[in-house]
Design a protein around this ligand. Sequence first.
Ligand SMILES: Nc1nc2c(c(=O)[nH]1)N[C@H]1C(S)=C(S)[C@@H](COP(=O)(O)O)O[C@H]1N2
Ligand SMILES: [Mo]
Length: 236
Amino acid sequence: MKPNLHLTRRKFLQISGLSSISLLLGGCGTPIFEDVVGTLSEPLNQNFQALLLKPQTLVPEFSPHEIEPEKLIVNTYRFTPAIDQEKYRLIVDGEVENPLSLSMEDIQNLPLTSMIIRHVCVEGWAAIVQWGGISLRELVALAQPKNSVKYAYFQSADGYYSSWDIASTLHPQTLLAYQKNGASLPVENGAPLRLASPIKLGYKQSKWVTKVSLVSHLSRYQGYWEDQGYEWFAGL
Ligand SMILES: Nc1nc2c(c(=O)[nH]1)N[C@H]1C(S)=C(S)[C@@H](COP(=O)(O)O)O[C@H]1N2
Ligand SMILES: [Mo]
């Protein structure tokens, strides 16, 4: 390997923030840690690596006193699924070197990120909300996507689904949240795990996420609302 062409493992871990994950996971000896350190010495693919290193503009956040707890309207089109948190697993699969199956305990051992952002629903309401959870960027990095990956599909327990471009997926403020306004995420807001991000409209923010698939192509199914004519990118 030509050292000038590739980041050293140590450097990559520092830049991507994986060092903190490694420390946390290393302590409990989970197999994800071994997988990550076992393969990161190999060069990662250029596209994905470039995206991870590319600085992305952060959306300004709000202060705790600006949170509007009563303004977040529960918006569920089908039903609220009953999920057994003990049996729940988040699957990360698709075109990846290291598919993941994580319990809520695994997920809560990853670094917690908190943000106060505005949630905007296309139906004409908005609310300032605090979300706490894991950054999707770090989760995706653990799965080690292949060169081909350009999109993420999110599948939910109520049959809802959506797809995102990989840059928005890797935005540092795109989270899989398990906390809302400082408390555990209520089931009607998507517990155990939902998407939260200040860069996309509400309908892109899937609740009750069970699977993240990293893929190179969009299928003819792009999302529950997207397939009914709503805009796919839906950026804010
Ligand atoms: N699985 C699932 N996710 C979903 C929805 C849904 O019906 N099912 N509704 C979407 C819409 S349109 C919005 S505005 C937000 C609402 O989130 P809330 O119910 O926590 O306010 O969830 C989004 N994610
Ligand atoms: Mo919405």
